[in-house]
Design a protein around this ligand. Structure first.
Ligand code: TYM
Length: 327
């Protein structure tokens, strides 16, 4: 039996290099050797206010990006969370096995709550429980995500263990999988913060659909450390981050890249890093633009994903409901 993997991304605008390096790069690498499910988590997106047309567009753009990046819909199951009602059903059940205290400790919740102040919703609070449902329904061995999702996967394991203890083996306890390098890509304008669309200005992230001139400008403006040595060391967080990005978009190791720029200063390094990113993005953007013009094809992929995901999810949900005594 192939190992099962599951992961997801919120449709909240174009993906950035952090999403690619922290998560999707691993998905691509695993797609041949595993039975993979990749979700567009649209119900997670509505935990903060969304414009309906933007959300609709973002869902389809994310589907196009999944394929453009190299996920093969013939090998993996690509689907939309809201298409499989088992997610919200199991989320409700798992709410009844989650403790207020453990959800209050979630750092992402604390950050988002601070940002949305009085408009912070119950959905934002129980967000990690819906994520636990997303995962546990598919009985995955591994959940490939960036480092910022580690706490959520740990919570998922705790909820699953609690349920299993009470009702007997029901859920597989999944392991989190982070990339060896790049589990936390930092912002280009502040290497103490993670690369994110919401936390920083546009200068802080490179979107996978940024045109070449924008990529060049953002990389040239990226913050660097004092000195002029291109080295990935603890006291050079900005350079370490740029080198991590460089290695992710090329076939070169960090050591090889460091060697290329000995005694060269930052100027040439940044220019060539930008060129490497542009080259890396070129085929992705071409494919993306082609797909976005064929919404019927994307719809077909999501329909097929819905069928497959629903069948698998329903088996777990039926088992849970039987154990609870509601079937
Ligand atoms: P989301 O949509 O914020 O991010 C998608 C993926 O990208 C990773 N990521 C990063 N990795 C490295 N460096 C960064 N700067 C960076 N920024 C984002 C995230 O870790 C994630 O893997 N709650 C999840 C979505 C979700 C999910 C799930 C994931 C819902 N249900 C079930 C896995 C399994 C989220 O908000 O990811």
């Amino acid at each position: 039996m192939k190992q099962r993997i599951l992961s997801g991304i919120q449709p909240s605008g174009a993906l950035h290099l952090g999403n690619y390096i922290g998560a999707i790069r691993q998905w691509k690498d695993l797609q041949d050797s595993s039975d993979a499910f990749f979700c567009i988590v649209d119900y997670h997106a509505i935990t903060v206010p969304q414009d309906p047309q933007d959300l609709y567009d973002n869902i389809h753009q994310l589907a196009a990006m999944y394929v453009a990046i190299g996920l093969d819909p013939n090998k993996v199951t690509l689907f939309k969370q809201s298409d499989v009602s088992a997610h919200t059903e199991l989320a409700w059940i798992l709410n009844c096995f989650s403790h207020m205290g453990e959800l209050e400790r979630m750092t992402q919740y604390k950050d988002k709550k601070a940002k949305h102040k009085q408009r912070s919703t119950v959905g934002l609070f129980t967000y990690p429980v819906l994520m636990a449902a997303d995962i546990l329904l598919y009985q995955p061995h591994l959940v490939p995500v960036g480092e910022d999702q580690k706490q959520h996967v740990e919570l998922t394991r705790n909820i699953a263990e609690r349920f299993n203890q009470r009702y007997g083996e029901t859920f597989r306890i999944p392991d989190v999988l982070h990339p060896k390098q790049g589990a936390r890509i930092m912002s280009l304008d502040d290497p103490t913060k993670k690369m994110s669309k919401s936390a920083t200005t546009e200068r802080g992230y490179i979107s996978l659909i940024d045109p070449p001139d924008v990529v060049m400008k953002k990389v040239k403006r990226a913050v660097t450390d004092s000195g002029d040595e291109v080295k990935a060391v603890a006291d050079k967080p900005a350079l370490t981050n740029l080198l991590t990005i460089y290695t992710a978009v090329t076939a070169k190791s960090i050591g090889e890249i460091e060697q290329l720029y000995v005694g060269q200063g930052y100027g040439r390094f940044k220019k060539e890093l930008a060129e490497a990113i542009i080259e890396f993005l070129r085929p992705i953007q071409e494919k993306y633009n082609e797909l976005i013009d064929h919404p019927a094809e994307l719809q077909k992929i999501l329909e097929a994903g819905k069928e497959k995901a629903s069948t698998v999810a329903q088996i777990t949900l039926d088992d849970v409901k039987t154990k609870l005594g509601v079937i």
